[in-house]
Design a protein around this ligand. Structure first.
Ligand SMILES: *[C@@H]1O[C@H](CO)[C@@H](O)[C@H](O)[C@H]1NC(C)=O
Ligand SMILES: *[C@@H]1O[C@H](CO)[C@@H](O)[C@H](O)[C@H]1NC(C)=O
Ligand SMILES: *[C@@H]1O[C@H](CO)[C@@H](O)[C@H](O)[C@H]1NC(C)=O
Ligand SMILES: *[C@@H]1O[C@H](CO)[C@@H](O)[C@H](O)[C@H]1NC(C)=O
Length: 385
């Protein structure tokens, strides 16, 4: 009798019978394959997810525009720095005013700087005289820039060849008679200061028209030793009466001035106005109610620190002769050759660069939209543009 001794191999064999062993190894191979395939599918989907995640999120952290290859040349070129192409930006007033206050220490420019006049329009909505202004600007590209402050949600509709096309600056709500009007003026100045070629800054409204052609206006402003901000002392409830003693000792009654909102400033003074926060804050706090910061802040501030640079008169004609809180508005019937001539030279004697002249006004207000047609009709004959 042969003892039944099971070798380990036999045991193994018994334990792992041959046929089931084959099956199992097949199953193992199949399951390995399944797991492997699942792994591939899972891996692919995860990697796709990650790719999506990173491509969307990397835009947030590393904007393509900033890092794309051709940006090195375009975005950091001197052209872009000294003359922003687009007026839209994400700067707050605080950031914008700070940037606008930067002054180059170096006197020479590394580019050909042709001084420009910045025409800054403050309006709520449409500009009824944009067609007249476009005739005025036609062919003078490179000598002027246009900026428009409107209601924040107003979209200007002008043709692509208009000087106003794409010239709206990021704007805020303005409440007339409050300091928000000064904020809008500073916002216009600051946006215009970002263009280093802008040398003179004129504030205009939607009811303003030019009464001389572009070359006359340009020469007059660019060659003037003074800025044109009306600034006078008026001993009346509408003048000194608006002064608050709480502004003492920083602003005294003898320094207090009044003047039309529609200013013209040179670059130096525009930078001063945008940079000031000390005196601006006093007006913000104490020039209310019935004070009208827009009629006092810049006239007083210039009188205190830069009087010698100011002509103390406005270059914008207006008719207050009828009395009341608002100046006269002229419509279609009023527009005649004689009327325009009387604005151009209304008998006022003024000084220009310390010499007497009868040419005192370059712009005029207020005009109703109905004045557009007759003005366009006489633009080439009377207005000379
Ligand atoms: C814009 O102006 C054009 C031409 O005057 C006019 O045809 C168009 O309807 C206007 N678009 C809007 C949105 O007002
Ligand atoms: C304007 O007024 C200031 C005083 O604020 C004076 O110093 C300056 O000479 C005046 N400008 C002109 C051109 O008269
Ligand atoms: C000329 O116009 C201005 C308005 O800007 C006015 O103050 C002045 O009195 C006018 N002069 C004459 C002589 O009518
Ligand atoms: C403007 O000129 C046109 C064409 O010459 C004429 O038909 C129109 O009546 C004029 N309008 C005014 C207000 O003068």
């Amino acid at each position: 009798m042969k003892p039944i001794l099971k070798t380990r191999a036999e045991e193994d064999v018994d334990y792992f019978p041959s046929s089931p062993k084959k099956d199992r190894s097949l199953m193992k191979a199949v399951s390995t394959l399944v797991i492997f395939m699942a792994g591939i599918v899972l891996g692919l989907s995860i990697s796709a997810h990650f790719t999506r995640y990173f491509s969307t999120h990397s835009d947030l952290f590393f904007p393509k525009a900033m890092y794309s290859a051709n940006c090195d040349k375009e975005c950091s070129s001197i052209d872009r720095f000294v003359k922003p192409v687009h007026l839209t930006h994400g700067m707050s007033d605080e950031e914008l005013f700070w940037r606008a206050s930067l002054v180059p220490k170096k006197e020479e420019y590394p580019f050909e700087r042709v001084p420009k006049v910045a025409f800054m329009f403050m309006t709520r909505g449409p500009l009824p005289f944009s067609l007249l202004w476009d005739r005025f600007f036609k062919g003078r590209e490179g000598l002027f820039s246009v900026y428009v402050h409107s209601l924040p949600d107003y979209k200007m509709n002008v043709s692509e060849d208009s000087a106003f096309f794409g010239r709206q600056i990021p704007s805020e709500e303005v409440e007339w008679g409050t300091v928000s009007l000064v904020d809008a003026e500073k916002r216009l100045l600051a946006n215009a200061l970002l263009d280093f070629s802008n040398e003179r800054f004129v504030l205009l409204s939607e009811s303003c028209i030019p009464v001389f052609n572009f070359p006359t206006v340009y020469e007059y402003l660019i060659n003037s030793a003074h800025s044109f901000v009306q600034s006078y002392d008026e001993d009346s409830p509408h003048g000194r009466g608006r002064y608050s003693h709480r502004m003492r000792p920083y602003i005294t009654l003898t320094q207090w001035r009044k003047g039309s909102e529609w200013f013209e400033l040179n670059r130096e003074l525009a930078i001063e106005v945008v940079s000031d926060s000390k005196y601006y804050s006093l007006f913000r706090k104490y020039c209310k109610p019935s004070c009208y910061p827009d009629e006092h802040y810049i006239p007083t501030y210039l009188n205190m620190f830069h009087g010698g640079l100011n002509a103390n008169r406005s270059v914008t004609w207006v008719d207050w002769s009828r009395g009341g809180p608002h100046p006269a508005t002229y419509g279609r019937e009023s527009i005649t050759k004689g009327f325009i001539q009387s604005i151009r030279n209304n008998g006022t004697a003024c000084t220009y660069n310390n010499k007497p002249t009868s040419l005192c006004y370059l712009f005029a207000r207020k005009f109703a939209p109905s004045a557009l047609e007759p003005l366009l009709n006489m633009s080439s004959t009377v207005l000379d543009f």
